[in-house]
Design a protein around this ligand. Structure first.
Ligand code: OXD
Ligand code: MN
Length: 593
């Protein structure tokens, strides 16, 4: 077990509150994982997939009411409302505890409380952090073993030091003799709660990944963003990739795109450009600190991928498909008669017969999706064929460029570069995207998602912008990463995508690379730098001059309307909003007029 007095005391207190039948301290071993999976099979939560097709892998169907992150039930409970800011749901911490403690009382009856010590980041890295999750969900325990480094070794590294306490319950106690359901949850009482001053997380009522695997969104983004601001680093919703040129020069790039907008695809991209190579450090979260040399270094705090399955195929993301070929968990996908998984977009042809994610017989004529649009795969990152040799380097990898982006059918060009760091922060602050199925809400409507952190910033977003400005001011400008904005999703008047995307995005990465090494040619436009004619390598690509022009067109009228909408958006933040961003907005309008 552990000598950590605080940890032992907290586990004891939480067990007294939640009254589980038993407490299990996870050691993180394969034998323990196998045992948890056997229990989940016995309970009807997991189904073993055909070992000949998908070794050591499981299918799981959630309750149809518990399929995505629930932003309306996610709270930042700072002492002052203003410290949570206008983009977060706020509750007074004492009031929230008074609501939750009665719910937690006895909530684990009939269940096991798993104690999961986990490290976000390589064990022992100076950038890593340790949390302990208590959960009554075997599904969570199994997923945490893939998504984090967890178990005994973490306790050894933790020693007597502080940790982030994370309490999770599905909120469904069992009466003596009561038969459990395959996916216990409590949709009427869902709370995903963060106490930023205490650095503590309480989650109740949901078993879904982003609400229940507390190392990921709750710790590595919401609580870590608070820690990062206090200590001068950055915790971001970003992929990290390594890009190597045909000459063998390597640069690392991070990218912040809203949920389900292609971070995983970009992180694992197979370049269409001969001689170029992309390697994967992470697909969702980056923690970044300045090194002694003044450069920004990033680690991926996660150990696995919790990716969106629909749309993933050998064509769209071969490396993701190979990452999940074994030792993986699939949630809310469809089952084939052979005992393997399927989802929309996995193959060009739909299979004739399946069992759908709601466990019903399915045929292509059913008229309903076979997999839920937010169906997920959980796969060990180490199984990714393109995993970067430095992905577990405790020092992190040096970052040359930061990309922002979202799904915007019009206006935003394929790529533009900021004039400087402050302008780059402006670009991050106005990220907007069509909503996707990753969270509850209307899919397709455009919303602002600054830095792709709207659902994940653990404090006042206005202070977050100020933190980004401040981080840049403290460093030598020449050592800071360059900042770009990409949009793979611009459409023509007929509604067709102008850019082929996927592997062809390597052409855009090549220009980014060249801009970072000082070679790439650019045109100055009112919104930033875009590739000069001929600077974007389109050799061998079937794209016409007219399409290229449209991809980079800066529609002054459209941008003036966008600037007005940004001004309205900025006005919602109140007095803590940094004036430098208004300066950037004024300058943009000035350049457009
Ligand atoms: C995710 C998300 O699961 O952003 O990564 O919702
Ligand atoms: Mn994400």
């Amino acid at each position: 077990m552990t000598s950590n007095v605080r940890l032992k005391q907290w586990v004891k207190e939480m067990a007294e509150l939640c009254e589980p039948d038993r407490v299990h301290w996870c050691d993180g071993s394969q034998a323990e994982y196998d045992q948890i999976c056997s229990i989940l099979i016995h309970n009807g939560t997991f189904r073993r997939l055909n070992p000949g097709l998908r070794p050591n892998s499981f299918l799981c169907e959630s309750d149809p009411r518990d399929v995505a992150r629930v932003e309306q039930s996610t709270f930042i409970c700072s002492r002052q409302r203003d410290d949570a800011g206008v983009t977060n749901n706020w509750r007074d911490p004492d009031e929230m505890k008074a609501t939750l403690i009665p719910l937690y009382r006895g909530c684990m009856r009939g269940r096991t409380m798993y104690v999961i010590p986990y490290s976000m980041g390589p064990l022992g890295s100076p950038i890593s952090q340790i949390g302990v999750e208590l959960t009554d969900s075997g599904y969570v325990a199994a997923n945490m073993r893939i998504m984090t480094r967890m178990g005994k070794e973490v306790l050894d590294v933790l020693g007597d030091n502080p940790f982030i306490p994370c309490l999770h319950s599905v909120g469904k106690p069992l009466q003596p003799g009561e038969q459990d359901v395959p996916w216990p949850c409590n949709p009427e009482n869902r709370y995903i709660v963060h106490f930023p001053e205490e650095k503590m997380i309480w989650s109740y009522g949901s078993g879904y990944g982003g609400n229940a695997l507390l190392g990921k969104k709750c710790f590595a983004l919401r609580i870590a963003s608070v820690m990062a601001r206090e200590r001068g680093w950055l915790a971001e919703h970003m992929l990290i990739l390594g890009l190597t040129s045909p000459e063998g020069e390597k640069k690392y790039i991070t990218g912040a795109f809203p949920s389900a907008c292609g971070k995983t695809n970009l992180a694992m991209l197979i370049p269409s450009m001969p001689g170029w190579k992309v390697e994967t450090v992470g697909d969702d979260i980056a923690w970044m600190k300045f090194g002694e040399d003044g450069r920004l270094y990033a680690i991926n705090p996660e150990f696995g991928f919790f990716g969106v399955a629909p749309g993933t195929s050998m064509h769209s993301n071969r490396n993701a498909m190979l990452s999940m070929r074994e030792n993986s968990i699939f949630t809310n996908v469809a089952l084939t008669p052979e005992g393997d998984v399927w989802w929309e977009g996995m193959t060009p042809e739909k299979p004739p017969r399946l069992t759908s994610w709601i466990n019903e017989p399915w045929t292509p004529e059913s008229g309903k999706p076979a997999a839920h649009p937010n169906a997920r795969f959980t796969a060990p990152a180490g199984q990714c064929p393109t995993i970067d040799p430095a992905w577990e380097d405790p020092r992190g990898v040096p970052i040359s460029a930061i990309l922002f982006g979202g799904r915007r059918p019009s206006l935003i060009p394929l790529i533009h570069q900021s004039f400087n760091w402050q302008h780059g922060v402006f670009l991050g602050s106005v990220v907007s995207s069509e909503r996707t199925a990753a969270a509850d809400g209307t899919v397709g409507t455009v919303r602002r998602d600054p830095f792709a952190m709207l659902p994940f910033c653990g404090y006042n977003m206005a202070d977050y912008f100020a933190h980004w400005l401040c981080v840049g001011n403290r460093q030598e400008a020449g050592k800071l990463p360059k900042i770009f904005y990409v949009n793979w999703f611009r459409k023509d008047a007929a509604g067709r995508f102008l850019w082929p995307g996927y592997g062809e995005n390597s052409r855009v990465l090549k220009w980014v690379f060249e801009r970072c090494s000082g070679a790439g040619q650019a045109l100055t436009t009112p919104i930033g730098y875009v590739p000069a004619p001929g600077a974007l390598d389109v050799q061998g690509l079937d794209i016409g001059e007219a399409e290229l022009e449209e991809l980079f067109r800066v529609d002054r009228e459209g941008w003036l309307r966008e600037a007005a909408s940004i001004r309205e958006y900025y006005a919602t933040f109140g007095p803590r909003f940094p004036h430098q961003l208004f300066t950037e907005l004024d300058a943009l309008e000035g350049r457009l007029r």
